[in-house]
Ligand binder design. Sequence first.
Ligand SMILES: [Zn+2]
Length: 116
Amino acid sequence: MHPDIIQALARKHPLLNFEIPRGLYCGLGWMGLVDELMGDLGDIYTHPSICIRSIRGDSGALVVLATWNTSDPYLRAVPDMLAAIARRSSLTCQICGGQASTATPGLCSCCRLVSG
Ligand SMILES: [Zn+2]
């Protein structure tokens, strides 16, 4: 993977405290989304009741596995945030960050050709 980028993200976002890079595996095109999501989660993060288990691409979408204290009112929005990032990632090319083709979630038409 991209160890420098992943380590930079992990330094910026304390939530990314899993054993890197094993827990984070997705294309460079999605790193901006990961950065944004971690920033948003960090804003509502008031005490250690959320744990990001892994972040990876699956079937053209960015899937974030996390556990959190569901009785914590600050974390009520987490499921919606994770669903929104999955939706947005399917519209974003995971390789180049451009707009994904509707026929190939998570890939633009150029990168789809390159990745076969
Ligand atoms: Zn692309």
